[in-house]
Design a protein around this ligand. Structure first.
Ligand SMILES: Nc1nc2c(c(=O)[nH]1)N[C@H]1C(S)=C(S)[C@@H](COP(=O)(O)O)O[C@H]1N2
Ligand SMILES: [Mo]
Length: 257
């Protein structure tokens, strides 16, 4: 019996590898690299993969399946590892979609956190008001898909406390973030409510430095680096999928670490 071969454009293997690199979780990536063929991709997704755009569409479908699997596997009570202060990486690496010399300058006195969507109290928050909420800190590992990880210490307001305080609809699907540098991302409500998810106002005991996201960033040790927005300007609670800067370019949306 002659097996039907799937038509393979010359650079489809390169495209497949690029797309696999974009599937963020390292363990899943290794699994895909070892086992995924175009035929397998076709079986897995029920899509015919005969040209570059259909390969990308099928891989996008895998990534969406991956989001669902990660959401199902996410344990809202399981804590990410924490470390002693002596293990903090110094200096802690900077990363953004631009260089360190282009870091956003935000005026903390004028800054107000804007709220919209499914929240009862939409009044904007000043930095001083956020500093008056209960604070906690943690030393956790930040993992970037670009292939580095580092241990850092962030302090601030437990995000679940803040969400309850503003009367957010905790049964909504997403919390979205808009940043002062035009970055944007969004997270699932289960992760928003996770006990280690912090609205970080400090880094290593000091006011959050500009390069690490002044005046406020969201720090989640259960998610990869790109899911942790810096320089947050606005946030909204919604049931409409908000996407994200890297996610809209093919990074996996759930982005668990
Ligand atoms: N506003 C904003 N947030 C962002 C980014 C960005 O470019 N802009 N980059 C993300 C990525 S990919 C990483 S790894 C971390 C880097 O955070 P750090 O500078 O504190 O190491 O920020 C994330 N959050
Ligand atoms: Mo990253």
């Amino acid at each position: 019996m002659i097996k039907k071969k799937i038509a393979m454009p010359g650079d489809s293997v390169a495209i497949l590898n690029d797309a696999i690199r974009n599937i963020s979780q390292p363990s899943r990536r290794i699994f895909l690299q070892r086992s995924l063929t175009l035929g397998g991709l076709s079986l897995l997704t029920g899509c015919s993969v005969s040209d570059n755009s259909s390969i990308e569409a099928a891989l996008m479908k895998v990534s969406k399946l991956n989001d669902k699997a990660q959401a199902l596997l996410f344990d809202p009570n399981r804590l990410a590892p924490t470390y002693p202060d002596s293990m903090i990486t110094r200096p802690f690496p900077f990363n953004a979609f631009y260089g360190e010399d282009e870091v956003q300058e935000v005026d903390g006195n004028a800054w107000r956190l804007e709220l919209s969507g499914l929240v009862m109290d939409k009044k904007p928050w000043s930095l001083a008001q956020l500093r008056n909420l209960p604070q906690t800190d943690q030393v956790t590992r930040h993992i970037c898909v670009e292939g580095w990880s580092a241990i850092g210490k962030w302090g601030g307001v437990p995000f679940s406390h803040f969400l309850k305080r503003i009367g957010a609809d905790l049964s909504a699907k997403y919390v979205g973030f808009k940043c002062a540098d035009d970055y944007y991302t969004s997270i699932d409500m289960a992760t928003a409510l996770h006990p280690q998810t912090l609205m970080a106002l400090t880094y290593d005991g000091e006011e959050l430095p500009p390069k690490y996201g002044y005046p406020m960033k969201l720090r989640m040790p259960t998610k990869l680096g790109y899911k942790n927005p810096k320089h947050i300007q606005a946030m909204f609670v919604t049931n409409t999928y908000p996407g994200g800067y890297w996610e809209d370019q093919g990074y996996n949306w759930f982005g668990g670490s």
